[in-house]
Design a protein around this ligand. Sequence first.
Ligand code: FES
Length: 457
Amino acid sequence: MDELLRQTSQPSLLAAVTTVHISLLLLRMFRNPPRARYMLLLLPCVALAATPWFFPVPAALILGLVVHVAWFVVVERTVATAPQPAAKPVSTSARRASVPRPSAPQPAPAAPRAAAPGGFVPAPVLAVFQETPDIRTFRLARPEGFDFRAGQFVTVRVNVDGKPVVRCYSISSAPEATGYLEITVKRQGLMSGMLHATVRPGSLLHLKSPAGGFVYPANDDRPVALLGAGVGITPLMSMLRHAVLADPTRPVTLLYSVRTPRDLAFSDELRWFAGRHRHVKIRATVTSGPRPTELLAGRIDRQMVLDQIPDPANTVFLVCGPAAMIEAMTNLLAALGVPRSQVRSEAFEAAVASTQASYAPPPAQQQVALSSAHTIRLTASGRSLPACAGRTLLESCEAAGVDLPAACRAGVCGTCRTRLVSGEVDCQSDLLGEGDRANGFILPCVSVPMGDCALEA
Ligand code: FES
């Protein structure tokens, strides 16, 4: 100790400690977003860098370093940091780049850093592709740590009229495309319309980590059949791209139904897959208007399935499209003797419709009338609020001004997954596994309280 006390008066030790402080200061400067107001965050760093010369005692030196590191970590976790160096976009097969790129060379887009758990992370748009007259693919720099399985989705947040709006979009690129991530969006509804109208290469979207249980059946060598309609092709496209890269001998059949030939997304790439990969069979069908001879006619039906899929009872089916199509396919496959466990589906459009219908919280004047006798207690924040009769827990919380994390609002994405500490709720979703339910987890967006309850929120 004496030795340390003696050393602290030595300029060389003070200089070494100061160097550590200055390194943290420089690193903070590098990590801060390039905006003037963030310069204020550097003031504590400057002050701490000077402390060794004013308080040259061991306890003060150690305390100064600890405080500086803590400050660095706090700022790192609470402030969006400057983008990291760019990840190179990977070129894909020939698709039409619809939105004209600016003629002047653009700076390389930055690869975003990983999101804080449960948070959103900025992702620059690298390119936009027009797939059909009303479907576009947005290619984004893939954020660090955004590992996903083919078929999953990301949650996208944008500001509309100054208010954050979120929606889930299926990923259409393959997990193997590590430099980018693509979402394919049909122009319908507020948010999708806005993405089409305003998002260009160089725009910034905010993404939350991939999620979802509708995934390519790995570790299984049974043939795969992908049944898609309209923009329901999106997660199936990710699975198909994954299948040709990762499962090159497993038979994969895509049956893809659209209204007219103009509505066929990814048509060049699908044709290329079918020609290049012998284990892949692709058949598209149109439901109205004239069609080229290579396309089938009508909706996917029993005969089409039997013609294209040799052994349905031994095939794993993945179905994505409007809810009515999913219901029809589920019934059809059951009638063909396909075990229910071999049919997986994503009622994504149904979820989106539900999201749009229920997004706005109930108007304030309705809240009193809607209040039931039940109380919702939030254990983390210590708040108690009235449950609104006939409303989900999420809606009741929002009506009371409490924001819970949520995206799809339809029991599809799992974003709102929360533990029920006490009470009973009716949670209408198949998303939660038995383990989750046994541990008390529920989805507040589709849960209605049956009495007083408490949430871990
Ligand atoms: S918000 Fe998606 S499951 Fe609740």
